[in-house]
Write a protein that binds this ligand. Structure first.
Ligand SMILES: Nc1ncnc2c1ncn2[C@@H]1O[C@H](COP(=O)(O)OP(=O)(O)OP(=O)(O)O)[C@@H](O)[C@H]1O
Ligand SMILES: [Mg+2]
Length: 192
């Protein structure tokens, strides 16, 4: 009976050792995967230049907002099929345009193309006579605005949410006069 007792006692502690050992193995596997990911990310081709010095748009570009899309073809990967098959259209500045289509038809892709999230396989987008593929990504993206469907507020003040990069003075922000915003806030003495 002494032998059985000893076997049971060792057996039970073995159970615990198994749990710890499997936990350790999983942790190790996860950490090795992290290294693998970093290795993988190091080989990702980087995006185009932030700023192309010899070709910078004017500070007030786009003046009108005429968007001229010419035979735009987009695919997500070299060997993948085309998502946009040659779109040609002209959007006049100031117009309100709705883009409709079934799910997966490429609406988001088209908007992404304006910001060059994916580079076109063929074709061009010209905004107020600037071919957007010729300017730097920072210049392009900082001159266009997007209002997402779902409102997002960052943690912080209202002022920070209106101007997260701190590029405008308080005076300029007041001048924008978003509907109702001024009436709402002028009852408070400070917008900070
Ligand atoms: N990052 C991506 N990598 C590869 N293929 C993608 C990627 N994003 C979208 N696609 C493919 O491109 C096609 C168009 O997708 P897109 O998201 O532009 O459609 P959508 O019209 O915005 O759809 P939804 O109405 O669902 O938002 C789909 O076939 C989709 O599978
Ligand atoms: Mg979409």
């Amino acid at each position: 009976t002494g032998f059985v007792g000893m076997a049971l006692s060792y057996g039970l502690s073995l159970n615990f050792a198994f749990v710890v050992s499997i936990e350790m193995q999983c942790k190790l596997a996860n950490q090795i995967i992290s290294v693998e990911r970093v290795n993988q990310y190091m080989d990702i081709q980087s995006e185009a230049a932030e700023v192309v010095e010899e070709n910078r748009p004017l500070s007030d570009w786009p003046q009108n907002g005429n968007v001229d899309i010419r035979d735009l073809k987009i695919r997500y990967r070299k060997d993948a099929p085309l998502v946009l098959h040659g779109i040609t259209c002209r959007l006049e500045g100031g117009d309100k345009i709705g883009i409709v289509g079934r799910t997966g038809s490429g609406k988001t892709t088209l908007i992404g193309a304006l910001f060059r999230l994916v580079e076109p396989a063929e074709g061009r987008i010209i905004i107020d006579s600037v071919d957007i593929s010729t300017i730097g990504l920072h210049d392009l993206r900082s001159h266009l605005g997007i209002i997402p469907q779902d409102p997002t507020l960052f943690q912080g003040t209202v002022r920070y949410n209106l101007d997260p990069l701190g590029k405008f003075s308080d005076q300029q922000i007041w001048e924008v006069r978003c509907t109702h915003l001024c009436c709402f806030f002028s009852s408070y003495t400070m917008i900070r």
